[in-house]
Write a protein that binds this ligand. Structure first.
Ligand code: IVH
Length: 676
C-alpha cells in the first residue's frame, strides 16, 4: 500500500489540506483560492470513497463524524488545570510583583508576556504522535468531560501537528490548553442568520461557544463559528521552551492558533504602560475579553514561585473594569421591524458603562423577558461588549420592592394598533398589517439601502417624511413622485428635490438581484437574492415558483421557500409589483451567453454629452450597459450614437465631423422600445 501511487497521493492531499486550513483559519493568509481548495477536498473524498479502509481520524474529512453521543465520558487531566488570581488596578499589579519579588529576587529583573484573557470555554487538547486524539473541558480542574467529537469540528484546531513539516519536532505526547470562543463579528452574523430564518438568536458569544461544545451532537457544533486560541502546555513527553514567549511561538509554528494580540514586555514598567494601551483598545478587540493575563516570561522562575491554592503565583489576571452594571429598567419599548417583527427593548435609567452612557439595551425577544422574569421597575444587569449593542443579562431579584410590574407583550402593534400574530414554534411576534406606517418606513429604508436599490440621498429622515406625509405607501410610489410633491415637504428646495428624483430614476437600472433583495422578503438577503436572480432570471418566474421548485436552490430550506411563496401570494405585494412594472422597474437577469444577443442595445457604442433630464452620468452609463451597450468617453468612427443633453460640449462637433448619429433622450427611449 505504501508503494501505491494513489495512497501516496491520498497522504499528500491530507497534508496539503491541513496546511491550507492552517493558512486560512489560523494565519488568515490563504495561498490558494477557495475553488482550488474545494478541488483538493473533492479529490480527497473521491479517494476515500473508493478506499474507505484508508480513512483515519486525522483525515480533514473527519471533522464531523458519527452519531450524536448519549453522554460525555469523564477524562482525568494529566495535571491540574489551574486558574488565576485577579488584579483590578495598577496598584494590585505592583503589589503582586512585590509579593513574588520577596520570594525570589530574580523577579526584580524579570520580563513578561501579556495575553488577552478571552471569555470563552477552557479546553484541554491531547496529541499523540502529532495526532489530535482527545479534547476535554476543564471540569473541576482534575476531571473534565470528553468533548473530542465536538472539538474536531473547529476548523482552526489542527488535527495533525506540525502542520508545516519545516517546523520544530513535536513531542510524542503533548497536552495543550486553550480557550474556545466566538469572534464578535461571527456571532452577529450567526444571529442575523438565525433571525432571518425565524429561529431564536443566541444571547452572547461566550455561552454560545460553551453551549455548542457541551452538547452531544457534533453536527450542531460544526454549524457554529467556533474558534480556538491556545496559550499553555499542560504536559509533554519532551523538554519545552524555557520562556512563555518562545512557548507561544513554538505552539504557533506547530500550527496552533495563538492570539495575535500577545505582547512581550521587557520589564514591569513596560507592562504597566502596555496595560493602558489594552484598556484603550479593549473595544476594538474582535472577541469578548475580560482582562489581560500578565505572565512571568521565564517558565522555570514562574513554576518555582509555586501556587496559592489553585492560582499559580507566576501569573496575574488584570481584569478590565466591569462592562456589566446594574441600573433600573424604566420601561419596555417595542420596535416594529420591516417584516413586521416586534422586538422588545429596554428603556433604562441612563448608566455609564466603560465611558459610554447607555439608555437602551436589547431584550432579545418576548420569550427572553418571560424566561428571565424581567419586570418593569426591576434592577437589571446590563452588559456592553466591544461595539455590540448593550444587552440585558437579567434581573436582580433580591432588589425587588414589590412595586415591579410584569410585562405582557402587546396584543396590538404599537405603531398601527392592529392585532399582532404569532406563529406556533417561532419566537417572533408579527404585525401583519401591510399598511402599518412603522413597517412601511422600515421597508422603504431597506428598499433604498445600499445593498438594495441604492437610492443615494434618501436617508431615514426623508423616508419618514415621505411616509408620514402620505406621499409614499409602498416603495413603488417613489417612482411616481413629482418635483412639486417633494417641494411641499419641509427642508426641500429645488436642487434637493431634483437630486432625489435623479437618484430614484438612476435606481431603475439596478440588476434583478438588487431588486429581489429590496423587496424585503423574510429570509432573503443579498446572497440569496443573487441565487434567485440567477435561477429565475425574471421576477415573473420567481413570483410563480412553488415551494418545491424553490427548495431545489442551494441554501433555500422549507421556511424560506414558504416565506417567498407567501410573499408573492399576498395581494398587496402583487399590487406593489404591478406598480414597479408600470414604473419600468423590471430588470431581468441574463445568462452570460445570452447577454449580447438578447439585450436591446447589444453591439452598440454610446458616447454622452451635456446634461440629461432623467439621468446622471453614472446613471446613464450603468443603464445603457445594463441594456448591453458599450459606453465610451470619446467620439470615434466606431461610435454608434452620441446621446446629446443640454449644453453639449465639444463632442457634438466631433460627432458631426465624423457623421456619428445624434440622438436625444426621447429618441434613445424609442430605440430601446423598438429593439426589445
Ligand atoms: S493562564 C496556569 N492564559 O481565564 C495557567 N488563562 O482562571 C492559568 N484564560 O478560565 C491560566 N485566556 O481558561 C491563561 N491567555 C490566557 C487565558 C486564560 C483566558 C482563562 C482560563 C481560565 C481563566 C483563568
Amino acid at each position: 500500500m505504501q508503494q501505491d501511487p494513489l495512497f501516496q497521493e491520498y497522504e499528500n492531499l491530507k497534508k496539503q489540506i491541513h496546511y491550507h486550513n492552517y493558512r486560512y483559519f489560523v494565519l488568515d493568509a490563504p495561498v490558494i483560492s477557495d475553488a482550488e481548495y474545494d478541488r483538493l477536498v473533492l479529490r480527497l473524498k473521491q479517494i476515500e470513497f473508493s478506499h474507505p479502509e484508508w480513512v483515519t481520524p486525522d483525515s480533514p474529512s473527519q471533522r464531523v463524524g458519527g452519531m450524536p453521543l448519549e453522554k460525555f465520558n469523564k477524562v482525568r487531566h494529566p495535571s491540574p488545570i489551574l486558574s488565576l488570581a485577579n488584579g483590578f488596578t495598577k496598584a494590585d499589579v505592583l503589589a503582586w510583583i512585590e509579593r513574588i519579588r520577596k520570594l525570589d529576587p530574580r523577579v526584580a529583573d524579570a520580563d513578561f508576556v501579556l495575553e488577552p484573557k478571552i471569555d470563552g470555554l477552557t479546553v484541554v487538547l491531547n496529541y499523540q504522535n502529532g495526532v489530535f486524539t482527545q479534547g476535554a473541558t476543564r471540569g473541576d480542574g482534575e476531571v473534565g468531560e470528553d468533548i473530542t467529537a465536538n472539538l474536531r469540528t473547529i476548523r482552526s484546531l489542527p488535527l495533525v501537528i506540525p502542520v508545516n513539516p519545516d517546523s520544530p519536532a513535536v513531542p510524542d505526547w503533548l497536552v495543550v490548553r486553550g480557550e474556545a470562543f466566538i469572534f464578535l463579528k461571527d456571532f452577529e452574523e450567526l444571529n442575523k442568520r438565525l433571525a432571518q430564518s425565524g429561529e431564536k438568536p443566541y444571547l452572547n458569544p461566550r455561552n454560545t461557544a460553551a453551549g455548542s461544545l457541551r452538547q452531544l451532537d457534533p453536527s450542531l457544533t460544526a454549524s457554529r463559528p467556533i474558534n480556538i486560541y491556545v496559550y499553555s502546555i499542560v504536559a509533554s513527553s519532551a523538554p519545552l521552551p524555557q520562556t512563555q514567549w518562545d512557548l507561544l511561538q513554538t505552539l504557533k509554528s506547530w500550527g496552533f492558533p495563538v492570539a495575535r494580540e500577545i505582547k512581550y514586555c521587557r520589564s514591569i514598567e513596560d507592562v504597566l504602560n502596555e496595560l493602558d494601551t489594552w484598556l484603550e483598545k479593549r473595544d476594538a478587540l474582535p472577541y469578548e475579553a475580560d482582562g489581560v493575563v500578565i505572565k512571568v516570561n521565564n517558565l522555570e522562575l514562574a513554576s518555582s514561585l509555586g501556587y496559592v491554592g489553585k492560582d499559580p503565583r507566576g501569573a496575574l489576571a488584570f481584569k478590565f473594569p466591569a462592562r456589566e452594571v446594574t441600573t433600573r429598567l424604566l420601561d419596555i419599548g417595542v420596535n416594529v421591524g420591516r417584516t413586521g417583527v416586534l422586538t422588545p427593548y429596554a428603556i433604562l435609567e441612563p448608566v455609564e458603562i466603560g465611558g459610554v452612557v447607555v439608555k437602551q439595551a436589547t431584550l432579545h425577544n418576548f420569550d427572553f423577558i418571560r424566561e428571565k422574569d424581567i419586570r418593569i421597575g426591576d434592577h437589571v444587569m446590563v452588559k456592553r461588549a466591544g461595539d455590540v449593542i448593550p444587552y440585558v443579562i437579567g434581573p436582580i431579584v433580591e432588589m425587588r420592592t414589590g412595586e415591579e410590574k410584569v410585562f405582557t407583550p402587546p396584543e396590538v402593534c404599537p405603531a398601527c394598533g392592529q392585532p399582532v400574530s404569532h406563529v406556533e414554534g417561532e419566537v417572533a411576534w408579527y404585525c401583519v398589517n401591510v399598511t402599518c406606517p412603522a413597517q412601511i418606513i422600515r421597508n422603504l429604508e431597506h428598499f433604498v439601502s445600499r445593498g438594495a436599490m441604492d437610492i443615494v440621498g434618501l436617508g431615514i429622515k426623508i423616508v419618514e417624511q415621505l411616509v408620514e406625509s402620505g406621499l409614499v405607501h409602498s416603495p413603488a410610489d417613489l417612482y411616481f413622485l413629482r418635483k412639486e410633491d417633494l417641494l411641499k415637504l419641509e427642508g426641500f428646495a429645488d436642487k434637493k428635490a431634483e437630486n432625489i428624483l435623479q437618484s430614484i430614476r438612476d435606481s431603475r437600472s439596478r440588476p434583478l438581484s438588487r431588486l429581489i433583495n429590496a423587496l424585503g422578503i423574510r429570509g432573503v438577503g443579498e446572497v440569496m437574492a443573487e441565487e434567485l436572480a440567477r435561477h429565475f432570471e425574471d421576477l415573473e418566474h420567481l413570483s410563480n415558483a412553488t415551494v418545491e421548485e424553490l427548495m431545489e436552490i442551494e441554501g433555500v430550506g422549507p421556511n424560506i421557500a414558504k416565506s417567498i411563496v407567501d410573499w408573492f401570494r399576498r395581494p398587496v405585494n402583487q399590487e406593489f409589483l404591478k406598480k414597479l412594472r408600470e414604473a419600468g422597474v423590471w430588470p431581468t437577469e441574463q445568462k452570460p451567453s445570452e447577454i449580447r444577443e438578447e439585450q436591446p442595445l447589444a453591439g452598440l457604442t454610446f458616447v454622452v454629452t451635456g446634461t440629461l433630464k432623467e439621468f446622471t452620468r453614472d446613471g446613464i452609463k450603468s443603464y445603457l450597459e445594463s441594456l448591453g451597450a458599450k459606453v465610451t468617453d470619446s467620439v470615434s468612427k466606431n461610435t454608434s450614437y452620441l446621446l446629446v443633453g443640454e449644453n453639449p460640449g465639444s463632442k457634438l462637433e466631433k460627432a458631426r465631423q465624423l457623421g456619428v448619429k445624434l440622438i436625444s433622450e426621447e429618441e434613445l427611449k424609442q430605440i430601446i422600445r423598438k429593439n426589445k
